[in-house]
Design a protein. Structure first.
Length: 333
């Protein structure tokens, strides 16, 4: 008898407790997290791999247009991107430099998920400066360009490797521009306007992909130097401040805020770089992640000297930039 009663009692208690659970008042809408979208899992950027991609470029020799090293490096980059599953396209042309030199240039274009309409464009220049005009020695000899030329490509090739393992929700285009660094040599008299960035200028005036409309562009230029500083560059802020804020706040969020700086003002530094022509000629809001002094706008001591070799490349910088840009890309949907 007692046992039966206790079973009934327990049954009632369970029934009530369940009922109680069910009849709890529904949380007011204001209290509920509104459509909480989970952050996507961003793969881990491998700085050793990026470093190796820079080493490979430097091992070709200076990638100066019209040289064997330049031609060989172009083939290697295209094959590498193709092997990572991109649809590749090489835009070839002859452009004229400030001094009349005819440059055989190649813009390397790699499309990941080309069928997707929502896309972003990541770019860097891959050529190296034909002279070391800011050095005191061997000024007429070309530089290794480990940072200026090598680093942006190295970081983007590692990202391409990551895309081959886990594809982002959106489409991504990697564009490696040629003939960026053939601007007028220091002390040279003859000059022309728009003497830098000949590859991106050619691309802007001769669009290789019809109706190409990525949401925005991110340029990586000198993203491997030790103790690099990336200020909010003037033209980036002028044309695409929302992208600057997105990238800089992402860097801070994932712990790389120590590389990404505010500029002293909106005037410094203003850099004429490939992003300038992508903005002006293609109307794609684009920013430049470029290592220069946030106060003066000056580039590092290594700039356009023979010191721009593997010795100044720091994997921590490669990681900070690579992981930040990957985080931005993988969070897009
Ligand atoms: C000018 O100095 C006008 N532009 C710098 C762009 C550059 C050269 N980036 C790397 N090398
Ligand atoms: Zn340069």
């Amino acid at each position: 008898m007692g046992k039966k009663l206790s079973i009934i009692l327990v049954g009632f208690l369970l029934l009530f407790s369940c009922k109680d659970e069910e009849s709890r008042p529904i949380k007011p809408a204001t209290d509920a997290k509104p459509t909480e979208i989970k952050r996507a899992q961003t793969p881990v950027f491998n700085q050793d791999s990026a470093y190796q991609f820079i080493q490979t470029q430097v091992d070709f020799g200076p990638r100066v247009p019209n040289t064997k090293a330049h031609a060989n490096c172009a083939i290697w980059m295209e094959n590498t991107l193709k092997n990572y599953g991109a649809k590749t396209l090489v835009q070839e042309a002859v452009v004229t430099a400030f001094n009349g030199d005819k440059l055989n240039m190649k813009n390397i274009i790699a499309q990941f998920s080309p069928e997707k309409t929502k896309r972003v464009m990541l770019f860097a220049h891959w050529d190296t400066r034909p002279v070391a005009d800011k050095d005191t020695e061997r000024k007429s000899e070309p530089i290794d360009g480990a940072n200026d030329g090598g680093s942006g490509v190295g970081v983007l090739l590692e990202m391409a490797r990551q895309f081959s393992i886990k594809q982002p929700s959106i489409g991504v285009d990697i564009i490696l521009f040629d003939a960026e660094d053939y601007g007028a040599f220091e002390g040279s008299i003859s000059s022309m306007p728009n003497d830098w960035c000949l590859g991106s200028q050619y691309w802007g005036k001769n669009p290789p992909i019809p109706n190409y409309r990525p949401k925005y562009g991110i340029l990586l230029d000198m993203v491997g130097g030790k103790n690099a500083q990336f200020p909010k560059e003037y033209h980036s802020m002028l044309y695409a401040s929302h992208i600057v804020e997105k990238v800089w706040s992402t860097a801070k969020l994932i712990g790389y805020g120590n590389f990404f700086f505010e500029s002293r003002s909106n005037n410094y530094p203003g850099v004429i770089d490939d992003h300038y022509y992508v903005n002006e000629l293609a109307n794609i809001p684009s920013i430049d992640i470029i290592d220069c002094n946030p106060n003066t706008g000056k580039f590092g001591e290594y700039h356009h000297t023979h010191a721009d070799n593997m010795g100044i490349i720091d994997k921590n910088t490669l990681k900070a930039v690579g992981q930040t840009v990957m985080e931005v890309v993988y969070q897009e949907r």
